[in-house]
Design a protein. Structure first.
Lengths: 189, 415
């Protein structure tokens, strides 16, 4: 633990969750002890042991993103873009020619673009190899959220996808903090 | 990235499993002979596909490295990663006793991770129904399955996570492991990349992306990086792992050091999801040179990303020209992907190992299938034949979809 010891602070936050989109809505639900769990609506769960999950309802990506961007991204990237927009706004960070090279992105995901992947699989196995979306790999790849954040906000430090199933979010923030602390970069989303 | 700690970082072990060979000696022998690993793809039904060739590994026996009962708990990419790690550890001579185990961290890059298992599960679900889905699907498919299986196999209890930055995953994994040691945050890291992407939907998706060569009748001549008639990459599978240690740790235990990692640079294009970006590739390369505290004139060899796609090879050439100036025409550059094919997230790790083998053997791998000069790619790509010259400092380039650019620089170890 040698190296520089710069202190690292959080200046902005954004959340997209089953109990609220945006920090105030999320915190209100947390304070009131609201549960986000309900019956699964997205697919037929008849044969499944478990038929409940915490889904994000009322998320219309077109409220936040252009139709082109929505077409070109998986649902998890859309969450990432909306949460980042909110966090960047919250931080008051102005991204300029000057600082954009020193802002990196580390976006973790356990499952990546699983909606896109499974839709692609369904098309392939039921309709054959010619069916399906040619963009599937670009939408489903692990680094898609980080890449899209980098493109959307013009930030040009590294863009990483770290992945460690359920500790992914903690690893990304921990590694981001470490890279700032050791002086490799000034800001990390 | 040179601002923090000054701990020197060395490589004490390397292991790889590739379509060209699954020991360092076999791999290097094939590389020097300029052999292509591409062949007709027998493993998948490619009827109706544009591309029907790939570079596959046919001689990998997971039982060599993994207990039979554990094999079915791992996707092929994790099995390959364990094989490569096992050989890297053996070479490093690291005794993995209890004291060491707590110190070893693992970072494994993979672009598509457990995709074979994921596609099987999807086929079971969509074609046969819920009851047929393998109950082990989650641990087989998860992106960190490679890193966590390495930890379980060898008992490592340091940090472990996966990196998924498409085709630069392996380079980013080694780069981040290097930074951890350089900053004094770790003493020993096992890092590299592994991918087994030859799976029906994945291959179909790449086919639809039109990124792969369609020279189906002459597979061994299909991947033609930097040649004017290049028409795409050849998909491959593979794994490469290195053992990185702080110089102090390696010297204290009397380890044989292969090379020193002296520079790393990583940037993001913020530009386009597939098309490469010249300016940010340049910045990553300069960042690595600055980190290494060397001038471009000190680089003896560049192992190019060199996928054999029209866009990559053109933009990579422009990048090298901008960073190296007049020296761009004199520094030998080669694409080992011309022989190995493109094993996605494993490529950066395998190519750093190729750089170290070049140092050890004083020979530079060729770019095979180089046939026609492209005025936009007019540098010295070591065409078709290996070259016997000493290499002290080598640079390895990786540029991933999504705009992740990563550069590593290594120097030959001299006592």
């Amino acid at each position: 633990m040698e190296g520089l010891k710069r202190r690292v602070v959080v200046t902005g936050m954004g959340v997209v969750s089953p109990i609220g989109i945006g920090n105030p809505a999320f915190w209100e639900s947390v304070s009131k002890g609201v549960s986000g769990v309900s019956l699964i609506e997205g697919f037929d769960t008849t044969p499944y042991r478990t038929r409940i999950a915490a889904q994000i309802k009322g998320f219309d990506p077109l409220e936040y993103l252009s139709p082109q961007k929505v077409y070109a991204t998986d649902r998890h990237t859309q969450f990432a873009l909306v949460a980042t927009t909110s966090a960047v706004k919250d931080s008051g960070l102005m991204i300029t020619e000057e600082n954009k090279k020193n802002i990196g992105v580390i976006w973790g995901s356990s499952e990546g673009g699983i909606h896109t992947r499974e839709e692609g699989y369904e098309m392939f196995f039921l309709k054959g190899p010619r069916a399906g979306d040619p963009m599937i790999m670009m939408k489903a790849m692990g680094v898609a959220p980080a890449a899209n954040i980098s493109i959307e906000f013009g930030v040009r430090g590294f863009n990483y996808c770290f992945t460690n199933t359920c500790s992914t979010g903690a690893i990304t923030i921990g590694e981001g903090a470490r890279l700032i602390r050791h002086g490799y970069i000034d800001a990390v989303i | 990235m040179s601002k923090a700690g000054k701990t020197r970082v060395v490589v004490t072990g390397a292991g790889l499993i590739t379509p060209l060979g699954s020991t360092l000696a076999d791999f290097w022998d094939s590389v020097l002979k300029g052999r292509s690993a591409a062949k007709r793809l027998e493993r998948l039904n490619t009827a109706g596909f544009r591309t029907t060739i790939a570079a596959t590994i046919e001689d990998f026996v997971p039982e060599t490295f993994i207990k039979p009962k554990d094999i079915r708990r791992m996707d092929r990419f994790a099995q390959l990663a364990i094989g490569a790690t096992s050989m890297a550890l053996k070479q490093s001579g690291l005794k993995t006793d209890d004291e060491i185990k707590d110190k070893v961290g693992v970072i494994l890059g993979s672009a598509v991770a457990g995709i074979i298992s994921h596609e099987s599960a999807a086929e079971e679900l969509f074609v046969r129904g819920y009851r047929y889905v393998n109950p082990l699907t989650v641990p087989l498919v998860m992106f960190n399955a490679g890193a966590s299986n390495i930890c379980m196999q060898f008992g490592f209890t340091g940090v472990s996570f996966g990196i998924a930055t498409a085709c630069s995953s392996g380079t980013n994994a080694i780069g981040e492991a290097y930074l951890r040691i350089k900053s004094g945050f770790a003493d020993i890291m096992a890092a590299g990349g592994s991918d087994a992407p030859i799976s029906p939907v994945c291959f179909a998706a790449w086919d639809k992306l039109r990124a792969m060569s369609t020279c189906n009748d002459t597979p061994e001549r299909a991947c033609k990086p930097f040649s004017k008639n290049r028409d795409g990459l050849v998909m491959a599978e593979g794994a490469g792992m290195v053992i990185l240690e702080s110089m102090g740790h390696a010297e204290a235990r009397g380890a044989d050091i292969m090379a020193e990692v002296i520079g790393y640079g990583a940037t993001s294009d913020a530009h386009h999801i597939t098309y490469p970006n010249h300016a940010q590739e340049v910045r990553a390369m300069r960042m690595a040179l600055e980190d290494a505290c060397i001038e471009p004139s000190e680089i003896d060899y560049i192992n190019a990303h060199g996928t054999g796609t029209f866009a990559n090879d053109k933009v990579e050439t422009e990048t090298i020209k901008e960073v190296f100036g007049k020296r761009a025409y004199r520094v030998p550059i080669s694409s080992t992907k011309s022989m190995t094919g493109h094993p996605l997230g494993a490529s950066g790790a395998i190519e750093l190992i190729a750089c170290m083998l070049a140092m050890e053997n004083s020979a530079i791998p060729p770019t095979i299938n180089y046939e026609i000069l492209d005025p936009e790619c007019d540098l010295d790509y070591v065409p078709n034949e290996a070259r016997n010259i000493p290499v002290d400092v080598a640079m390895s380039n990786s540029f991933g979809f999504g705009g992740a650019n990563a550069i590593l620089i290594a120097r030959k170890w001299k006592d």
